[in-house]
Design a protein around this ligand. Structure first.
Ligand SMILES: [Zn+2]
Ligand SMILES: [Zn+2]
Length: 162
C-alpha cells in the first residue's frame, strides 16, 4: 500500500527528472476503472487515488512512468514505437497496458478439497464439484468447498490504462 504523500513526491520528482515539471502537473483523480491517465490537453498526469492506495510503491511508480512516457511521446503517439522506446528508456518495464495481472488474480473463488488441493475459479460452480487431482471422476468424498479468496483483486481495471 502506497502512502499518498509519497506518491505525490515521487511523481513530482519523476516529472522533474524528465524535464516536465515546468509544464506538467501531477494530480489525483477518482477513477476506479483505470489506474493512470495522461491528459495532454490540460497537461496533467493523474492517478487513481483509490487504486494507488492499494498498490505497491513499485507498481505506482511504474504507472507514473507509463504516463510520463505518454507526456514525452506526445498525444498522438498512443502506445506506438516512439512511446515504447521512451517508456523503456525511462525505466518502464510493464507492457502496453499496465498491470496485466495474471488472470487468476482477478478470480474470486478459491476451492479446497479435503486433502488441501486448491483451485481458483472466476465463478462459483453451480453444482458440486469434486477434486480432479484426488479422483478424475466425480467423487463425493473429495468435494470442493468454495470460499471467496482473501487476496483477489477487485480491480479488473488494473489491466486497463490509458
Ligand atoms: Zn484433492
Ligand atoms: Zn498508456
Amino acid at each position: 500500500m502506497s502512502e499518498l504523500k509519497w506518491v505525490e513526491n515521487r511523481a513530482e520528482s519523476l516529472l522533474a527528472t524528465h524535464g516536465l515539471l515546468s509544464e506538467w502537473r501531477f494530480e489525483w483523480d477518482r477513477a476506479t476503472t483505470r489506474f493512470g491517465q495522461c491528459d495532454h490537453r490540460t497537461k496533467r498526469i493523474t492517478l487513481s487515488r483509490h487504486l494507488s492506495d492499494k498498490a505497491s510503491d513499485d507498481d505506482v511508480e511504474q504507472v507514473i512512468l507509463h504516463e510520463i512516457a505518454h507526456a514525452l511521446a506526445g498525444s498522438r503517439e498512443g502506445h506506438g514505437t516512439k512511446w515504447r522506446s521512451i517508456a523503456a528508456r525511462i525505466g518502464y518495464t510493464g507492457g502496453r497496458t499496465h498491470h496485466q495481472a495474471p488472470a487468476t488474480d482477478r478470480a474470486k473463488w478459491l476451492g479446497r478439497c479435503p486433502s488441501g488441493h486448491e483451485i481458483i475459479r472466476f465463478r462459483k460452480p453451480g453444482k458440486p464439484t469434486s477434486c480432479a487431482q484426488c479422483n478424475p471422476r466425480f467423487d463425493k468424498t473429495h468435494l470442493i468447498v468454495w470460499s471467496v479468496r482473501a487476496t483477489y483483486s477487485t480491480e479488473t481495471s488494473f489491466q486497463k490504462q490509458t
